[in-house]
Design a protein around this ligand. Structure first.
Ligand SMILES: Nc1ncnc2c1ncn2[C@@H]1O[C@H](COP(=O)(O)OP(=O)(O)OP(=O)(O)O)[C@@H](O)[C@H]1O
Ligand SMILES: O=C(O)c1ccc[n+]([C@@H]2O[C@H](COP(=O)([O-])O)[C@@H](O)[C@H]2O)c1
Length: 214
């Protein structure tokens, strides 16, 4: 069955309003009813997330309950191997080879996109929606990515709808300078992280004592 799918992958350690608001704004700008968060199980590029995958999945599910149409794909957490984005996209394409598939990626992640496993295949499996993030200028883009932009960039999100995959669009979202690193530091120092992430996620963190001093 052909679907329209919009995904945002992340370590989500923990998920916060920077993630949620960015995905919400892209979803709305694309005129889509649904969007999916994809927590990474074993991120290939990090030594180790702070919270175990099952807790990051649980926090992501709690956050997703806040909005109708927001879903969570547990695929990367449920498989034992490393979470390469290309594998997840192949998995989604196995279900729906022709449907519209777009992946949101922050500018900080896009600047290193040419180091991702089979990154050129990723571009043939899905659209990329690159969102601006405070402090990460485009000027730092490596040459390989400049070339890819030259070949694949479209003017705006609306132009993606003419294709099911393979294009890159930039979209500016409300700049929320929130990071999971900042939240972990605040909590470890015994300080408040309220209003940076959903209260229900904070309650879960407190119950599970995930980032607090021991
Ligand atoms: N405040 C934000 N605004 C827009 N995009 C964001 C924001 N925070 C994270 N993202 C994007 O969301 C995706 C997942 O991010 P991730 O889970 O690594 O969060 P993070 O806050 O960057 O975490 P950490 O501080 O641990 O590196 C990435 O593509 C990242 O660029
Ligand atoms: O597949 C890869 O090689 C790859 C390399 C770096 C990052 N990613 C994915 O990019 C997303 C954002 O990563 P991060 O570190 O910002 O949470 C997350 O879904 C990662 O699995 C994927």
């Amino acid at each position: 069955m052909q679907k329209k799918r919009l995904i945002l992958g992340g370590t989500f350690d923990p998920i916060h309003y920077g993630h949620l608001r960015a995905l919400e704004e892209v979803r709305e700008a694309l005129g889509m009813a649904e969007a999916t968060l994809v927590p990474a199980g074993h991120p290939p590029h990090r030594q180790s997330p702070w919270a175990p995958a099952e807790h990051r999945l649980a926090m992501t599910r709690i956050a997703a309950q806040q909005a109708p149409g927001l879903g969570v794909l547990a695929y990367e957490v449920e498989k034992s191997s490393r979470s390469y984005t290309v594998d997840t996209l192949r998995h989604l394409r196995a279900d729906d080879s022709d449907g519209f598939l777009a992946m949101v990626i922050g500018m900080d992640a896009f600047l290193r996109f040419d180091t991702w496993k089979d990154w050129q295949e990723i571009l043939d499996l899905a659209h990329l929606v690159v969102i601006g993030r405070p402090g990460w200028p485009m000027a730092e883009l490596p040459e390989a990515l400049r070339q890819v932009l030259y070949e694949r960039r479209v003017e705006d999100l609306a132009a993606l709808h003419g294709h099911s995959r393979g294009k890159i669009a930039f979209h500016t979202v409300t700049a929320l300078e929130i990071s999971a690193t900042q939240i972990r530091s605040l909590l470890a120092a015994g300080r408040s992280a309220r209003f940076l992430l959903p209260d229900a996620v904070l309650d879960y963190i407190a119950r599970q004592r995930l980032y607090h001093e021991t």
